[in-house]
Design a protein around this ligand. Structure first.
Ligand SMILES: [Zn+2]
Length: 748
């Protein structure tokens, strides 16, 4: 069961944490090699210290220097707190031990989740006086979990489930109020009180709806006013997730959150324009359960943040999660800053400390992909010297070297699409019983998260820098990309389809899988792919599977995609689609007929192609007629990694090449003025999660394709000048050692 569909399972500050089960050689670079660099959305500009310095007109303090946010869950004497935050290298904190937000909302205080000294309105001025010497103080304001005793006093403010009962199981112990109810006025009154103090900002934890709310009188009334009809039942509609009525409900809830944010922000900014305001937004997953639409949220707030670094249970989620979320937020934030919320705990244990190796990775991924870092210390710091040292080390590094972590421009030639719209409007496909299907299955085919992370991991392990974008990003300038990957990206509007078609027609390349473009923007299934001409195929609409022990056969072995693969039978993905190919296509791989059992002999080839190459205009399309990414993610087939690496190398310019570097070192390349930054994130470890220790890699041979003359190369973490050789359009150097993290600065 997803947490998203069951409010009983909501973890603290992770509303949809486990969306993974959602159904559903060297290449020479041309002169224009890094030409895409300067055309990105981000504005370049000098970086300045914001603490006590407002030399940059037009920039708010939170846009001037990377934020090193630390949240201490414990309470301290004020002077002691100030020195601890300073020791940990913070320049900003979330004050979670503040007790006087509106009644019922002091989450940690009410549940005795911290000891030591708290802060209230009477002591706030004194606290600020002590701590603000070095630290920006942000009030932590929980607006989603409400103490029962207070909720019972105001039944008319509670969120109502679609069975008519109030929400009563938030973290098992709390209720929740509705932001459309008159409760909002109480919150606004509290904001007015807070704005009388010299606080630096307010952070909202929430607001959210739940997968079965809200049907309070206020929501019913507001929906009827806007849409002239009764609000439909969310639980019922969520099973199909398609159609205009579903869209109205999803939009109504996300608009409600945006309205609440706007009214809140107006109150704060009216008194103090320098007051930072932001909330806990959506990670990489569907937004319909909570109503948190990042693109709407960032229009009404200052920083876009999400819990990319909240890890739970057996840590089965991808190690790439903080980085994937950071990349997505960059695409959705429209040029505003982003932040990844990283909890140094092994959830669901609220009082715990995450292993040092994992904390390293939370930091390195977050900052590499240009997000500010927020780190919560969830146990007594004095009991965890090694882990605290990691926090100090990274914060000191960021403070000394702010340039690589702000206002840089990505040099990636590849964009991987996260189907944000698809996650809200695609319910997965049911698999009918056919000759090609062994058993009726209640399981739905088309897991979007698995499909996405399969490609994410394959690109990362093959050392390709890439961006993450969503469907809305397709409306931006796509010229900087040479390859766009659509991992089962089902839902598109006609306009978005036109953008993709133009991209390929003008020489861009495309990789897509499974039901990509088989649905309209509202989740309505179509009789054919919207991109059928680009793919060079026609759909029959039939899906088959699961293929649990079956194969695809190699038909054309001399294709780039299959370079280095010698066997004739490869693993089949779990689900396939029956399609017909056009005359000009090439299909190197075909599905085999399913076997009755895994020892049932050599399979016969079927008439259904699996991998289809097509030229369209000046560009190329490679389409996989099956759930390739999801099977890669689940089974880690070596040949699948090989196919992705072959295709990425063929369909885009390799801006960086490495040798003697394990696949567990992720690379990224970005530029800022005359500086090029190469980031190396080392995940190499002793084969267990949580990762205790990162293993140092040595003598990494690096080639970066740069047409400009290189003046110097140095490592910022190890602080070493690096010898290099430049020939033609490339610069070569050897890094003697990469510990957990490194940033190489190349000056041109
Ligand atoms: Zn409501």
């Amino acid at each position: 069961m997803n947490t998203e569909s069951n409010p009983k399972n909501v973890n603290r500050r992770s509303f949809i944490g486990l969306s993974g089960s959602f159904l559903a050689g060297w290449t020479l670079l041309p002169q224009s090699a890094i030409s895409g660099f300067d055309r990105k959305r981000g504005k370049e500009g000098p970086v300045n210290s914001f603490l006590g310095n407002s030399a940059l007109p037009g920039k708010r303090w939170w846009e001037k220097e990377p934020l090193r946010i630390v949240e201490l869950e414990e309470g301290y004497e004020f002077g002691e707190k100030a020195s601890l935050l300073d020791r940990l290298g913070a320049n900003m904190e979330h004050l979670t031990t503040f007790k006087d937000t509106s009644p019922g909302t002091s989450f940690l205080y009410n549940h005795h989740l911290f000891t030591g000294k708290g802060v209230d309105l009477d002591s706030l001025a004194g606290y600020l006086n002590e701590v603000q010497k070095n630290i920006k103080v942000i009030i932590y304001y929980n607006v989603h979990a409400i103490l029962f005793s207070y909720a019972n006093e105001h039944p008319e403010w509670q969120q109502i489930k679609d069975d008519g009962n109030p929400v009563d199981q938030i973290y098992e112990i709390d209720s929740s109020f509705c932001i459309n109810s008159p409760w909002r006025e109480e919150v606004f009154d509290t904001l007015k009180k807070l704005s009388a103090y010299k606080i630096d900002g307010v952070f909202y934890d929430g607001p959210i709806f739940f997968s079965n709310t809200c049907y309070c009188d206020s929501c019913r009334k507001l929906f009827k006013e806007k849409y002239k009809k009764e609000i439909p039942l969310k639980t019922k509609m969520a099973s199909t997730r398609s159609g205009a009525a579903w869209r109205e409900l999803v939009e109504f809830q996300s608009d409600s959150i945006a309205r609440f944010l706007k009214d809140s922000n107006d109150i704060l900014k009216k008194v103090s324009p320098g007051c930072l305001f932001y909330m806990n937004g959506s990670t990489l997953g569907p937004t319909w359960p909570t109503g948190r639409d990042n693109r709407k949220i960032i229009r009404e707030s200052d920083i876009l943040g999400a819990e990319g670094g909240f890890l739970y249970g057996a840590l089965t989620e991808p190690i790439y999660k903080p980085g994937a979320v950071a990349k997505l937020l960059e695409a959705q934030a429209g040029g505003k800053p982003t932040v990844i919320f990283n909890a140094a705990k092994q959830g669901p244990w609220a009082i715990s400390m995450l292993a040092a190796g994992e904390i390293n990775i939370l930091y390195s991924q977050t900052i590499t992909h240009q997000a500010n870092v927020w780190l919560a210390v969830c146990d007594d710091p004095d009991a965890h010297g090694e882990e605290m040292e990691v926090i100090e080390k990274y914060n000191r590094f960021i403070r000394r070297n702010p340039e690589p972590f702000m206002n840089t421009v990505s040099a990636a030639k590849i964009a991987l699409v996260w189907p944000q719209e698809g996650s809200n409007y695609y319910g997965g496909s049911s698999v009918p019983l056919t000759d090609f299907t062994k058993a009726m299955s209640a399981q739905k085919a088309g897991n979007l998260t698995g499909e996405f992370y399969g490609f994410y991991e394959a690109l990362s392990r093959a050392h390709f820098p890439f961006d993450v974008i969503d469907e809305v990003s397709l409306q931006n300038d796509l010229e900087k990309y040479e390859l766009i990957i659509l991992p089962n990206t089902p839902c598109f509007s006609k306009d978005q389809i036109e953008r993709i078609r133009n991209f390929v027609e003008n020489g861009g390349n495309l990789i897509s899988t499974f039901e990509t473009s088989h649905y309209n923007e509202d989740g309505g299934k179509l009789t054919n792919f919207q991109l059928n001409d680009v793919f060079g195929i026609e759909s029959s609409g039939d899906i088959f599977g699961p293929l649990n022990h079956d194969y695809v056969a190699v038909k054309e072995e001399r294709r780039v995609s299959l370079k280095g693969i010698r066997q004739k039978l490869l693993y089949a993905p779990a689900y396939g689609m029956k399609i017909k190919t056009g005359p000009a296509t090439i299909a190197p791989l075909f599905f085999c007929k399913p076997l009755p059992g895994s020892y049932a002999g050599i399979p016969d080839e079927s008439v259904f192609p699996f991998l289809i190459e097509n030229e369209f205009g000046k560009g190329k399309s490679v389409y996989f007629a099956g759930s390739f990414g999801d099977s890669l993610n689940k089974f880690q087939f070596p040949e699948y990694y090989r196919i992705v690496a072959n295709l990425a190398a063929d369909l885009s310019t390799q801006v960086i090449e490495v040798q003697n570097t394990p696949s567990s070192v992720e690379v990224s390349l970005r530029k800022k003025g005359n500086l090029i930054f190469l980031y190396l994130i080392n995940f190499t470890s002793d084969m267990r999660r949580p990762i205790q220790q990162i293993i140092t890699c040595t003598n990494l041979k690096i080639r970066v394709l740069i047409s400009e003359k290189v003046k110097s190369v140095k490592t910022l973490w190890m602080e070493k000048k690096i010898e290099f050789t430049q020939r033609g359009n490339s610069v070569d150097f050897v890094l003697p050692a990469v510990d957990a993290y490194e940033v190489v600065e190349i000056k041109i």
